[in-house]
Write a new protein. Sequence first.
Length: 146
Amino acid sequence: MTEILDADLRRRTWELLQPGEIELDGLVATTAFDSSEETAMHQATVEIGDCIAEHAGFDPTETFVYSGTDDPEFASNQHQGLTLGDESFVWECQQLFRDGSFDVVFYFEATGDTAALVADVRALGYEGFGVSGNAEGPADAGIDPE
């Protein structure tokens, strides 16, 4: 069942990366956090966002998380990582509650080695996989460091 859900999430993530003004890749991080663990979910989002920032060449201390609470265009579980200086885009994510726990889908500019990013996110203790926005289709879009 998990493989079917992951394939569906990979497909939906790939579709969201198409077409774009900039070339994007994605990262799906699965957690064991349920709906009562909001603080831990936020910390995971920040931790993974910092990892994405580092891979994109940004100092994570020079970025912040914008949650859009004052913006009607944002969903309640949507967040962006932006730079402090000029609020440039670093990453965006959606926190999805699936099968009793949260998965976090991140989108970011495809400038680095997404397989290495996935390996680093796994080293932080999260399961997950990458999604190439440049793939021909969702079946070819999976990025796995193994």
